[in-house]
Design a protein around this ligand. Sequence first.
Ligand code: NAP
Length: 209
Amino acid sequence: MRLALFGAEGKVGSVLVPVLERAGHEVRGIELGDEPDVAGLDAAVDFTSPDAAPENVRAALEQGVSCVVGTTGWDPQPLHELAASRGLRLFVAPNFSIGAVLMMRFAGEAAEYFPRAEIIELHNEAKKDAPSGTAAATARLIGGDPVIHSVRLPGLVAHQEVIFGGEGQLLTIRHDTTARESFADGVLLALEKLDSLPPGLTVGLEALL
Ligand code: NAP
């Protein structure tokens, strides 16, 4: 596919470019200050910031280009109508790592059997939003408004623990992203399945698995 990548020089974007190119995609990197000129491309991918993503996605949709978005900390719902009315897809995933999606699924199952849970999410100190999109999605899945602890420190990439407490027992479900390549498989999967999704907004990698 011919792709635009908003945030191509960022921590995730710079890892994605070679992976997308190796998979046969042609990538046009768009950075802060560049014109969001994506007309005629097959899809746009966004890994920028919660401030930048809404405008990037709106610009792409207005130019007739479907989007795959990894940026967290913003609400894509207001753009559903714009995408749907133009027959375009807006796919947003709070976590593109398949292991993290399984961690959320297992946590959802465990929640049926334990009365209490808390979530600890740990990310690199540069991450702007807290709690993480993955932690917020896990909390919705578990239900009962679990407490979320957010840790921001150098040396971390993306990690999450869901701790369930019951009478005389604890269950911990943990996922560690040790390198940003872990997000690439999910992005490739989303691009592959993009045209098969219904027009408008789809949220979560689990919708593709
Ligand atoms: P990052 O290193 O800060 O990279 C963001 C990049 O976007 C930077 O190069 C930044 O440029 C650029 N940018 C800012 N505004 C822009 C605009 N208007 N148009 C185009 N580019 C723009 O952040 P990151 O760690 O790569 O993460 C990016 C986003 O992805 C964050 O929201 C993070 O939470 C999310 N994320 C999601 C997943 C997932 O699986 N869904 C995984 C990891 C990260 P400047 O440096 O010049 O500002």
